[in-house]
Design a protein around this ligand. Sequence first.
Ligand code: PLP
Length: 449
Amino acid sequence: MALTNLQVRDLETVLHPYTNQATIRDTGTLVLERAKGIHVYDVDGKPYIEGMAGLWCTSLGYGNEELADAAYAQMKKLSFTHLFGGKSHDPAIELAERLKEKAPVPISKVFFVCSGSEANDSQIKMIWYMNNAMGRPQKKKIVSRIKGYHGVTIASASLTGLPANHTDFDLPISGILHTSCPHHYRFGLEGESEEDFATRCAQDLEDLILREGPDTVAAFIAEPVMGAGGVIVPPKGYFEKMMAVCQRYDVFMIADEVICAFGRLGEWFGSSALGYKPNSISIAKALTSAYMPVGAILIPEEMYQATIVESKKVGTFGHGFTYSGHPVGAAVALKTLEIYDREKIIEKAAAKSPQFQAHLKALGDHPLVGEARGLGMMGALEMVADKRTKKAFEPKAGIGAKAVAIAQEEGVILRNLGDALALCPPLIISPEEIDDLFDRVARTLDRVL
Ligand code: PLP
């Protein structure tokens, strides 16, 4: 099909992130114009269910007037002030108070950023800073996981355990290590129970720490449920066992809750849903339902104390972004949290999860689907060439991308993570809309081969 004028201009000017630059020139881009509820509309007026909540973020859907009004009101009142050197403003203070109240573990301070990558980058810097302040400068290595996703800045891309984020970017940087991926379907041994697999993953972490030297390993970072790595739900008992290893070697546990916080797994925080208590937490995305780019790290007292020690030594805490705690972002985040509370969005997401997961698991019977996996209001359908042997399709076949293109024809936006089709709709999706979403996904699967 010939590209439209907008598509041509787009390809002439915009370098699209996370896009196959070689093939996009043939397929063109999907140019969207407006959105309401769970639907986005293209320039021709065709509606699509946003089956991925944008990028795991638009939990309250689109066209929310209250959020737009909160942004407008704050822009008129105080469009900007930074938080450097002792300045502050009401929305940032209130937002930090709310986040401390909501946090599942004791939090000393909230440090604001604008994205998940900045959050995780800041976590690494804070760990290094803390261990220097505590007089253990050799304890600096950070462990993340194969297939974990933590962002794309130099340090957070190094944490990310996906080849495309490293190859020819000369990453990872030194001092970042990757331990095993807790995906039982792909990495469990023949006949190995989930529990035994979880034990083996924890043993892998312990072996790595011992190999490197416990005095050199500072932190372990993990998403409660891996998102971009394929929506990988850890096996039963996994975090309990991983936490025990971290505690044994005084390794700080960071929960990257950039996707899982704010109801995605049916609780305010994903770590609570999975029953473990991290030392510090990264958040972003649904914090504003993606109406503004806002993130934060929620840090414990010992990390805060390090900033005092270092300030005395260096003269300042030398870290911060121009837009850390941007007043408009903070006002929108506050309103988002208010709506989550008032509309019982998290409780309702928990109530809708069984329906969502039942639809998802039913598609596990489809001849193309090797594994249907998920938790709460997120999931993935991994398409395989042979269901019995779990044999994957040749990457060249581009099955994942093909399925996404067909889904688009069927009026639903999905994302392929390799050959796994990810689903993560806005949390406001109604039960009827969940049925509609899965009807379209089923029709998509029927058309892939
Ligand atoms: N951490 C997790 C778990 C994510 O899923 C993402 C993005 O998808 C990030 C970090 C990076 O966030 P951003 O793209 O806002 O930098």
